[in-house]
Design a protein around this ligand. Structure first.
Ligand code: AMP
Ligand code: MG
Length: 318
């Protein structure tokens, strides 16, 4: 990997990080839990670049980081439990999954096609300073390649992702060192999706006992949410031709003609661009009035694997 600069988080470096983020680039960012791989959460393209950099084989939803509660409330619908938990534990290692607001401006990729969004206010001055300076929410999963150890020092990020980030801000070792606790508040009973920096007992003291995802059903674990991900229309994969009552999700230069509506994920055949459009285009084709969606083949490499994983789930019998 080539070396992205590791910068002490002085005001000049924070301004530089914020500018890089506004330019759609990735930045390694200290938080109190682990280092984050941050991108402008409002940019489809920047969020797609996170998945490409981490080499994730599938799209799982990302946590969106904010600098204050009001910003979170613009992105998701808070209920009284969320109010209480935010008042008690924010800023801090608690992530809340809440119903996403249609007008929040956050990329659909952050939700991986779900109608919920995970939000958190980190308890790290550098993280919040960068979010404020960037002037927008930041999507930031752990700054490690998929399947590798989470990074708790700036050098870990530079070593594994140095060629993929514009710079790494060095906030020293992460004080918590484990990921945030993730609690799903979209249902009547709060669901503990991931244990982490805030203990379950602490949450229960505020909102009452939590549920746990049932073993086997794993309904809410990453990548396991088939039915939520699926469009309403039936989806046909690997299409070489298209019927007039079908809507076409195309990729690349040679595309069948005659569909009721065609959206091309990337006429140039760029898989990062394709990923950035995937959920938006599926939604639009789903609303096109067609009887079904046909999709042309997508190469099984790079982000193409994650795109195909998602399309296969969406096409699976329900
Ligand atoms: P990471 O970004 O690597 O810290 O992981 C984020 C965690 O939050 C994963 O376990 C995700 O599955 C979970 N998560 C994020 N957004 C959602 C969501 N909308 N619904 C359910 N789980 C989520
Ligand atoms: Mg992670």
């Amino acid at each position: 990997m080539t070396d992205a600069p590791i910068l002490a988080p002085d005001p000049a470096a924070i301004a530089r990080a914020a500018q890089a983020l506004r330019d759609g680039l990735l930045v390694g960012l200290p938080t109190e839990t682990v280092y984050g791989l941050a991108a402008d959460a409002t940019s489809d393209r920047a969020v797609a670049a996170i998945f490409a950099a981490k080499n994730r084989p599938r799209f799982n939803p990302l946590i969106v980081h904010v600098a204050d509660i009001e910003s979170a409330q613009r992105l998701v619908a808070f209920d009284s439990r969320a109010d209480s938990l935010a008042a008690k534990f924010w800023p801090g290692p608690l992530t809340m999954v809440l119903p996403r607001r249609a007008d929040g401006g956050v990329s659909l990729l952050c939700s991986a096609g779900l109608d919920s969004l995970a939000v958190r206010m980190p308890a790290h001055d550098v993280a919040r300073a960068v979010i404020r300076a960037a002037g927008r929410p930041l999507a930031a999963p752990s700054a490690n390649p998929s399947g590798r150890l989470s990074p708790t020092r700036a050098e870990h990020v530079a070593r594994s992702l140095g060629g993929k980030v514009a710079l790494v801000l060095d906030g020293g070792p992460c004080p918590v060192g484990v990921e945030s606790t993730v609690v799903d508040l979209t249902g009547a009973k709060a669901l503990l999706l991931r244990p982490g920096g805030i203990a379950e007992e602490q949450l229960a003291a505020v909102i009452g006992a939590l549920d746990h995802p049932k073993a086997g059903s794993a309904i809410k674990s990453p990548g396991m949410l088939e039915s939520h991900y699926a469009p309403h229309l039936p989806l046909r994969l690997g299409a070489h031709d298209v019927r007039p009552d079908e809507a076409l999700l195309a990729f690349g230069g040679a595309v069948p003609t005659g569909a009721r509506m065609t959206l091309n994920l990337s006429p140039a055949g760029d898989l990062v661009e394709a990923a950035s459009h995937l959920f938006d285009y599926l939604h639009r084709l789903d609303q096109s009035g067609a009887k079904a969606i046909a999709a042309t083949a997508i190469p099984e490499r790079g982000l193409g694997r994650a795109i195909n994983d998602r399309l296969r789930r969406a096409a699976a019998p329900r």
